[in-house]
Design a protein around this ligand. Structure first.
Ligand code: BGC
Length: 520
């Protein structure tokens, strides 16, 4: 059956025959567990640094200093750059791994990158869990970071490649859903393991990450590689078989032919890195690969994810209540992601970005104002229960806005806008930028809070305003567009069309020239 043609925003895009088969759902679920180990580490990071037995064992001087400090200003908490550096080391290791991931994904496929990432994580988590000195702990953390970097590079790419275009948004957002599940699991594990007598509960928290990582490593053995990746590595027979299997139809000729054409274009590119960064052909896409993860971190989300307990303590919550509050925000984060899963392929990516962004700006202004009204510039005083509840409420509204906009779209958009030729390299850029700014925000948050005080929320609010305007003006809608037809969306866009080099025209012009030469 030939591919149908659907009308989409005045543009015609192909739909290939096939449906969402069990094997596609299973494969996407396995790949999405990569999000879980990433999220688990985001959640674990905040828990570890407030776990006393852990600090006493590995950072005794910092522990003593923190105990001695008398807090007079609620905005200025104890801040050890060394301790935050230790936390950031995981994200910096993931950033480095992301660059190697490009090569591994290209040469060995998405499936084996997931396997390697999962295995590295299992090894690192076990090493961290049993470590009795700092070098062991650090080595474990770096290995875990490498595992995260490799897995989160391969996972969104894999899902976007195996999912049918009409359901790509929904399936890709499983990755973000797993991130949120990972964060929530970590808050709960931290809480429960801190109850284990003997002060070794943190070992359970650290080692527990090996469970989802094991699922990725073993699961990767059971799933097929993406047809795109198989074609790119020259295994066309398996690619055709896999495509038929995952689409659940016998005749996949049209999609297969299009993938093969895309692969020929990809093979013509000698140096994908050079082509991506300096070729000038991918300016629109590259802008999004860099700015989307950068902006995602500048929403300030990880201030909440890393520091929710510190923040809630700042507004006067007791130790237990602040832990409970982070479980509340974590739960809101998980459930709100379903909104994106249900709507991304219907209302589109842009609508979610714009609505979620607006919601985040409003709640950031309100949270900043509530904190400012109670603590003023000096950071002294106590907060009333009603104010504290309002703050938790609007932090939840903010997290919900993120969970259906910048959270999932931050991973979906970069994974779906590139042609095969430079896709894996571009994903390395996105993961690296994301990891770098995750570490950066973690590193500077306490200093920023001490200097900007309640204005910190206005600061992030201003960034969200800027990025929402950026999306409104410059992001073309990508819903339902087959990945390998994505070039059209740039050609149609009022701004980006100026930057698009029409290779088909260039190619036919070259061909015409050659024919003319041969004839003369
Ligand atoms: C971001 C993380 C963030 C998480 C929150 C992800 O998309 O990359 O930095 O912590 O969402 O759910």
């Amino acid at each position: 059956m030939p591919g149908a043609v659907i009308v989409h925003h005045h543009t015609r895009y192909k739909t290939y025959p096939g449906e969402v088969t069990g094997i596609v759902v299973f494969s996407c679920l396995i790949a999405s567990v990569a999000g879980c180990i990433f999220g688990y580490d985001i959640g674990l990071t905040s828990g570890l640094t407030s776990t006393e037995p852990f600090l006493i064992k590995f950072f005794p001087t910092i522990y003593e200093e923190r105990k001695k400090q008398v807090i007079t200003n609620q905005y200025c908490k104890f801040d050890s750059q060394f301790l935050t550096m230790f936390c950031s080391s995981l994200f910096l290791s993931a950033m480095t791994a992301a660059f190697f991931a490009g090569g591994i994904t290209r040469s060995f496929g998405r499936k084996w990158t997931l396997f390697t990432g999962g295995s590295a994580y299992v090894t690192g988590a076990c090493l961290g869990g049993i470590s009795f000195n700092f070098p062991m702990l650090l080595a474990g953390r770096l290995l875990v970071g490498a595992g995260v970097g490799l897995s989160i590079h391969a996972s969104p790419l894999y899902i976007s490649e195996v999912a049918p275009a009409q359901q790509r948004g929904m399936l890709n957002i499983l990755f973000q859903l797993m991130i949120t599940v990972g964060i929530l699991t970590a808050s709960m594990t931290n809480y429960l393991s801190s109850k284990i007598p003997g002060g070794w509960g943190w070992r359970v928290s650290v080692a527990f990450g090996a469970v989802p990582a094991g699922v990725i490593a073993l699961g990767a053995l059971a799933i097929p590689d993406s047809p795109t990746s198989l074609i790119q590595r020259g295994d066309t027979a398996t690619a055709r078989k896999t495509l038929a299997q995952i689409r659940g139809v016998g005749d996949v000729r049209e999609e297969f032919d299009d993938l093969s054409t895309a692969s020929q274009d990809a093979m013509a590119v000698e140096s994908p890195w050079k082509e991506l960064l300096f070729g000038g052909k991918y300016k629109p896409q590259l802008t999004f690969s860099i700015l989307v993860p950068f902006f995602q971190q500048l929403t300030g989300i990880n201030v909440i994810m890393f520091y929710a307990p510190v923040l809630f303590k700042t507004v006067g919550f007791k130790q237990n209540a602040s832990l409970v509050s982070s479980v509340i925000t974590g739960t809101v984060n998980v459930f709100s992601t379903f909104v994106a899963i249900m709507t991304a392929d219907k209302v589109g990516r842009r609508a979610l970005f714009l609505q979620g962004g607006t919601q985040m700006i409003i709640s950031q202004i309100l949270v900043g104002t509530f904190i400012g009204l109670q603590f003023g510039m000096s950071g002294t005083g106590a907060i009333s229960e009603q104010y504290a509840m309002c703050i938790v409420l609007f932090v939840c509204v903010y997290v919900a806005g993120f969970a259906w906009s910048w959270g999932p779209m931050g991973w979906l958009i970069p994974s779906e806008i590139y042609p095969m030729a430079v896709r894996t390299q571009a994903m390395s850029v996105t993961v690296a930028v994301n990891m770098f700014f995750t570490a950066f925000i973690g590193q500077i948050f306490l200093t920023l809070l001490c200097h900007l005080r309640f204005g910190l929320f206005y600061f992030f609010g201003a960034w969200v305003l800027l990025m929402t305007l950026f999306i409104a003006m410059l992001l073309p809608e990508t819903k339902n567009v087959p990945v390998d037809e994505m070039a059209h969306v740039w050609k149609k866009h009022w701004f980006w069309r100026k930057f698009v080099v029409d290779t088909s025209d260039a190619r036919s012009a070259e061909m015409r020239k050659r024919i003319a030469l041969e004839m003369s």
